[in-house]
Ligand binder design. Structure first.
Ligand code: GSH
Length: 213
């Protein structure tokens, strides 16, 4: 049991399984914490994430969104991971290692998620045939480049930071686990690392890709 200085009570998620929401669900499962789940239809017209009631909670209008028992809200998956992991073994105490965790979380949001997650979205829930082929090519080459960087890193170490499972692994695992199914090459070092993550105590799987469609 972990002592958190603020109690999260509610997690806003989407009807389709979102990798960004899943990161938070996975950490909550590791921590043994339960929160109320509120699912929003992000494929509706307009998406439920863009209705005034939700925008009043988070002007960016995205999931995940964490609600605390004092009425405050926190958006951005990796910020939520940092908040929930504070004081737990999933976020190192050492300042340099904490910065390394941030390094990988920024990498995930800038060099990985914008390509792998977007290709995943259009493959399962959008209409890939309506996408500009140059966009698809960019998602493939840049997503692959990110996966190759990751493969090199975990070739010589078990986890991304400090030889210990942390929220850096959770952030990167979320969309990487779906990468092979949508056509990316997964090196053996990545496959082994994915397996190490799946073997962590309290691990929960993400929902199937076409759920909630
Ligand atoms: N950088 C954000 C990305 C959040 C995001 O793009 N969420 C998507 C689901 S994965 C969403 O809310 N889409 C609905 C919408 O754009 O209205 C994070 O890491 O939380």
């Amino acid at each position: 049991m972990y002592v958190l200085y603020m109690t999260p009570i509610r997690l806003y998620a989407s009807t389709i399984p979102s990798g960004n929401v899943y990161k938070v669900e996975l950490l909550l499962a590791h921590l043994g914490l339960e929160v109320e789940m509120v699912t929003l239809d992000i494929l509706a017209e307009p998406p439920e994430t863009r209705l005034p009631d939700y925008l009043a909670k988070t002007p960016h209008g995205r999931v995940p969104l964490l609600e605390l028992d004092d009425g405050r809200y926190l958006a951005e998956s990796n910020a939520i991971l940092h908040f929930l992991a504070e004081g737990t073994p999933f976020l190192p105490a050492d300042p340099f290692l904490r910065a390394k965790v941030l390094e990988w979380c920024f990498f995930e949001q800038y060099s990985h998620e914008p390509y792998v997650a977007v290709l995943k979205f259009w493959t399962y829930w959008g209409d890939l045939s309506r996408c500009d082929p140059r966009d698809i090519e960019r998602w493939r080459t840049r997503g692959q480049a990110a996966l190759d960087v990751m493969a090199l890193h975990v070739d010589s170490r078990p986890y991304f930071v400090g030889d210990r499972y942390s929220i850096a692994d959770i952030a990167l695992f979320s969309y990487t686990q779906s990468a092979e199914a949508i056509g990316y090459r997964i090196a053996p070092s990545i496959a082994n690392w994915l397996e190490r993550v799946r073997n962590q105590p309290g691990f929960v799987p993400i929902g199937p890709p076409l759920a909630g469609r």
